[in-house]
Write a new protein. Sequence first.
Length: 273
Amino acid sequence: MALLTEAFGNFMFSLNSGDAPAAMAIATAFLFVVGTIVGSFAGMAADRISRFTGEESLLKLLSAPQSHCDGCKTPLSPLSLVPVLGWLVRGGRCPRCKTGITYVYPMSEAFVGAVSAFLPLLLSEWSLKTLSFVFVFWVCIVLSWIDIRNRVIPEFGTWLLLFTGLVFSPFEADPLIRSLGAAVCALCFWMALTIAGLLKGEDTHAGGDVALAGAAGAWIGMSSNAAPVFMLATSLLFIAHAVVVQKINGDRWVPMGPAISGGLLVTMASMLL
């Protein structure tokens, strides 16, 4: 473990010093590729979860059946499954039935890949904190897309974010403070939803939102600056999101997952800068 830690530290130092342009190019390309895969998975997961009935496991739903054309049901070839490139090679259409495939998928894949690749450059730092930030960004993208599409935040994402934050978040060194952050953030959001429900006379509790807030608290802890920034950023983002969604679609219920995710990312970025 000590050797791996030393090797990782040396690799990060070479990236930050600019003495290894080839290594930086490889690292940037790697983040881009993984980012496009995450973007592709987010779109696929959001689509399949929309058909989830509870009669089968969520894992089975995400893994089967094989991805296929919605028009003719022809299974996609391995090349067609490659993010961005597969869509370009097919010309945005199924090669068999010529059914058009929305450009939203390749654009979102490219967007997630580009952001993933340039985040370390924008933050001017290659470190464990930066790579952790990219990891959290990936998880938040998946959860936000699913929440926007289906009004639900799946447990597999919140548990992943919670446990990784509690175990090795580099943004808070003290495990006790990380645990306290998770508990306090979850409690604050539960209380806010409870008060909103009492004012509206409706059940506004959302377990996924509370769990995601707790996972966010596990990553940022309960430092004097992080928690208030997270709460404020989440509130402002949710208000802005609610205004836009209600103005465009007239929806009464607005998913809160994207605002919580955005608030977490804003807070982590403020801790990096």
